[in-house]
Design a protein around this ligand. Structure first.
Ligand code: NAD
Length: 370
């Protein structure tokens, strides 16, 4: 089977779907790996680093693919270039682009969406949402430190003693926990809050303080549910005092399939310290702060509000290595002796399938689109 890796085309995307090590592993499994020239360059993997793969131009890498593996969603034109009935693996965010789904149907593409891989223990090694969220959380703490006019660590110097920064993290999921760990390593005092009480222990194990605001909202499958209006008000009142004392606020709150909850109104921003920084990791979903402008860094009064997009791409080398491992772990059970044979009784394979034989297999996408 021929497995193709294109050069990513989404604006600002620096990652590549396979790093040289994983490309080599697939080669050993009898797969013919074909990489578009310079596909890994932006992630610092030059063509020469890929051994035993075929380097192709853009046209051939699409036309000759049995399976294509990519990171960011393809364009409609890119799907049109794939052979009818071929397989495509990557992020799709299908509910955002009905036209893309229609093209996958029309071309009878067998598509697997990395974001649909169920978040069960067995599939943890394939979970690209988690691996990329961990990268984003790490980078968010660094962005906060960089934009801040204050040190993170306590410093005792001949020029006086500097108090450590106070970092508040809202949402202690995969990204939030990595942000906490990184801010702690830089010496900040960290406080964190999540509506899932299971996170308390995880926050404390990283040396941060858990803020118990009395609002709990456990949803299905280990996720949070949306808060009622009363709960939102209670949460905001309790949160305001802590946020007023923060030097850096990192927000990561998300509800699967819903816009990011708006937790930080303008009034709360206006109560923050001069020079305080908000890094809104939820910017991709509209932002947790009412004032966030996705993709921009703005100043509101004395507060800097940063709304970064596609953060994982900024740590492109390691983010690509982690993504490639996720892809390898996902594809391996389907690749036997160089042949591609999905076992449709496997829950992980069946649930991550988006389209097959011209049908939308994933029910929520079908309902959202039709
Ligand atoms: P996410 O990105 O959907 O959300 C980020 C965090 O925001 C979550 O912790 C959520 O509880 C929190 N949140 C939502 N609304 C909030 C609000 N109003 N106020 C404060 N916080 C709010 O979540 P995620 O990081 O992708 O995953 C969350 C959890 O799912 C993980 O911590 C884990 O328990 C579970 N998970 C399991 C697996 C697995 O077993 N394979 C993989 C990944 C995640």
């Amino acid at each position: 089977v021929r497995l193709s890796v294109p050069k990513e085309t989404a604006s600002g995307e620096r990652r590549v779907a396979l790093d040289p090590t994983v490309a080599g592993r697939l080669g050993q499994m009898g797969v013919s790996v074909q990489i578009e020239r310079d596909a890994g360059l932006a992630a610092r993997f030059p063509d020469a680093a890929y051994s035993a793969v075929e380097l192709l131009d853009a046209e051939a890498v699409y036309a000759q693919a049995d399976i294509m593996v990519r990171v960011a969603p393809p364009t409609v034109a890119e799907v049109e270039k794939l052979p009818e009935g071929s397989t495509l693996v990557g992020f799709f965010h299908a509910h955002r682009s009905p036209e893309l789904v229609a093209t996958l149907q029309k071309r009878k593409i067998l598509s697997f969406a990395m974001e649909l891989i169920p978040r069960i223990s067995r599939a943890q090694s394939m979970d690209a949402l988690s691996s990329q969220a961990a990268v984003a959380g790490y980078k968010a703490a660094l962005m906060g430190a960089d934009l801040s006019c204050r040190f993170f660590p306590m410093l005792t110097t001949a020029a006086g003693t500097i108090r450590p920064s106070k970092v508040v993290v809202i949402g202690a999921g995969v990204a939030g926990l990595q942000a906490i760990a990184t801010a702690r390593r830089l010496g900040a005092m960290v406080e964190a809050y999540d509506v899932r009480s299971a996170t308390k222990e995880q926050v404390e194990s990283l040396g941060a303080k858990f803020l118990d605001l009395g609002v709990k909202a456990e949803g299905e499958g280990g996720y949070a549910r949306e808060l009622t209006d009363d709960e939102k008000q209670q949460q905001q009142q309790a949160l305001a005092g802590f946020i007023a004392k923060a030097d850096v606020l990192i927000t990561t709150a998300a509800i699967p399939g819903r816009p990011a909850p708006k937790l930080i109104p303008a009034s709360m921003v206006e109560g923050m310290k001069a020079g305080a920084v908000i890094v809104d990791l939820a910017a991709e979903g509209g932002g947790n702060c009412e004032l966030t402008r996705p993709g921009e860094t703005i100043e509101h009064g004395d507060v800097i509000i940063h709304g970064p997009l596609n953060i994982a791409s900024q740590v492109a080398l390691h983010a690509s290595e982690m993504y490639a491992k996720n892809v390898l772990n996902f594809l391996s059970p389907m690749l036997q002796d160089g042949e591609f044979k999905p076992d449709w009784d496997d829950e992980v394979i069946a649930s991550s399938c988006l389209t097959r034989d011209g049908e939308i297999v994933h029910a929520p996408t079908r309902e959202a689109i039709q």
